[in-house]
Design a binder for this molecule. Structure first.
Ligand SMILES: Cc1cc2nc3c(=O)[nH]c(=O)nc-3n(C[C@H](O)[C@H](O)[C@H](O)COP(=O)(O)O)c2cc1C
Length: 197
């Protein structure tokens, strides 16, 4: 049951929530090199549920209940995107605005995300050197990602150290392959170790 002004009736945080919900947001994946390589590698990690946000909602009409159910049933929420104007692509903002509602994600009765973890993976055109107080972009990536970090905090989620690939547009195939392997290992490390039978 959803009320546009106050949000849905909150489902209790599912004790059985497990795995990583990997939400990819790239508006032109067919032209992507970096995010495509990263997503391909992470998709193969056992325990990962993959969602391509722009493919699912090309018209920006988001199925709020389905998105909330996906969030509730996973332990880790991973958000992967190319940095656009020092922020997320627009559909991530729309998804947050419409899905992470008062009464669901935060506020009175809004405990559906409490205890989960938020992990951000981001590619940038700018070099690592540019993301520095004395660099071209004047601020660090941690600073540009603060709104997401605070979103996690507001929702009672733990903030994982972000995975950032700088200079993504100028990396050759071998370098991107290495980043993709590093990314898949990081995503796998977010999952609890399985005890052998
Ligand atoms: C609309 C737009 C805005 C962008 N803004 C930034 C930015 O603020 N900082 C930056 O370092 N790169 C910026 N870029 C470059 C992208 O982040 C870069 O092309 C992307 O991370 C490469 O990944 P891909 O191969 O998956 O597309 C921007 C690109 C576009 C198209």
């Amino acid at each position: 049951m959803t009320d546009a002004s106050t949000g849905p009736v909150t489902p209790a945080t599912a004790p059985s929530a497990s795995g990583v919900l990997l939400v990819l947001a790239h508006p032109a994946l067919e032209r992507s090199r970096a995010n495509r390589a990263l997503a391909k590698a992470a998709k193969g990690v056992s325990g990962v549920t993959f969602k391509d946000l722009y493919e699912t909602y090309p018209d920006f009409v988001i199925d709020i209940e389905a998105e909330q159910a996906a969030l509730v049933s996973h332990e880790v929420v991973a958000l992967q995107f190319p940095l656009f104007w020092y922020s997320t692509p627009a559909l991530v903002k729309e998804w947050l605005d419409l899905v992470w509602l008062h009464g669901f994600a935060y506020g009175e009765g809004g405990e559906a995300l409490k205890g989960k973890r938020l992990f951000v993976a981001c590619t940038t055109g700018g070099s690592a050197k540019a993301y520095h107080m004395q660099g071209y972009n004047r601020f660090t990536m941690d600073e540009f990602l603060r709104p997401l970090e605070q979103t996690a905090h507001l929702c009672g989620m733990d903030w994982e150290t972000p995975f950032v690939v700088h200079g993504a547009s100028v990396k050759d195939d071998a370098a991107l392959k290495a980043e993709a392997e590093r990314y898949a290992a990081r995503v796998a490390s977010l999952l609890p170790a399985r005890t052998e039978a």
